[in-house]
Design a protein around this ligand. Structure first.
Ligand SMILES: NC(=O)c1ccc[n+]([C@@H]2O[C@H](COP(=O)([O-])OP(=O)(O)OC[C@H]3O[C@@H](n4cnc5c(N)ncnc54)[C@H](OP(=O)(O)O)[C@@H]3O)[C@@H](O)[C@H]2O)c1
Length: 264
């Protein structure tokens, strides 16, 4: 990773932030993106203290003009782009019947268009370096989930986007990685969309038995370094992938039971 220029969307908290430190420790130059500029500056200060090279490029990845600015700032600072990690994403909670109609659009805008737009804006530079694009998806991309319908749909859409990109970018030398992450321990600042469409802290997730954030970050770093194509990074995801193959109705049942348990 020495001297590789890496843009990480959603790098102010959680997996993106941990990945920034992981890759910077290996010598990469990091571009920290997120909407909250103050938080990004705090992360950058922390990185500088540890002797790492980074800049901030605040912006909303669901706005194409912001993505062009993120790319322009990166080129101004470092002259090239080696890696784009499409990590920014927000979840939601609520049955389709009770969700405000805006929630569907907001989640698709951030989770799906928020991958399309940075990718489109960065592509000319990634062609030049034969770089990497990594998409941070979820086990939710494997099956619809009660109470998290549009989150699951947005992550499934990323799978289709990746398949199309792999066809269009065949022979360019660009690596496209897709990681399906399971539930991780969450950053204290993590928020989600409520049924009314507001971003609020997540308070009802338990930390036990969840994957530690730095472990997930390490897995993504390895995906970049080894140019790994795809990774199903959760025990549940791996089991479901096998069961779905020969008994899809069992998977339906697992998700139905989980939904009933959530409902209480
Ligand atoms: N944690 C899990 O259990 C889990 C499981 C599976 C998959 N994932 C996926 O992993 C990724 C990271 O999740 P995480 O748990 O680390 O979440 P997180 O802590 O909530 O981080 C998400 C980051 O995205 C940024 N963001 C949100 N909307 C944005 C926008 N429009 N433009 C730019 N940045 C935006 C947020 O910063 P600002 O508010 O400053 O914009 C935040 O720093 C997500 O794609 C998520 O779906 C997470």
């Amino acid at each position: 990773m020495k001297d590789k220029v890496v843009i990480i969307t959603g790098a102010g908290t959680g997996i993106g932030k941990a990945l920034a430190f992981d890759l910077a420790a290996k010598g990469a130059k990091i571009v920290l993106n997120g909407r909250n500029a103050e938080r990004l500056e705090r992360v950058q200060k922390e990185m500088t203290k540890q002797g790492h090279t980074s800049i901030t490029a605040a912006g909303d990845v669901s706005q194409y003009a912001d993505c062009e600015q993120i790319i322009a700032k990166t080129i101004d600072a470092f002259g090239k782009i080696d890696v784009l990690v499409n990590n920014a994403g927000l979840t939601m909670e609520g049955d389709i019947e009770v969700l405000h109609p805006d929630v569907f659009k907001k989640v698709m805008d951030v989770n799906f268009l928020g991958c399309v737009y940075p990718t489109k804006a960065a592509l000319p530079y990634l062609r030049a370096t034969k770089g990497n694009i990594v998409f941070v998806s979820s086990v939710a991309a494997k099956h619809g989930i009660g109470k998290h319908s549009v989150y699951a749909a947005s992550k499934m859409a990323i799978t289709s986007l990746v398949q199309s990109l792999r066809i269009e970018l065949h022979d360019t030398g660009i690596h496209i990685g897709l990681i399906y992450v399971g539930f991780t321990q969450q950053d204290p600042e993590k928020v989600q969309f409520t049924a009314s469409g507001h971003e609020e802290p997540i308070t009802n997730r338990q930390a036990d038995q969840r994957i530690p954030i730095p472990v997930v970050a390490g897995k993504i770093a390895k995906m970049i370094e080894t140019r790994q194509r795809s990774s199903n990074y959760s025990k549940l995801g791996r089991i479901l992938a096998v069961v779905q193959w020969f008994a899809p109705w069992v998977v339906d049942l697992v998700f139905l039971r989980a939904y009933k348990k959530w409902k209480g």
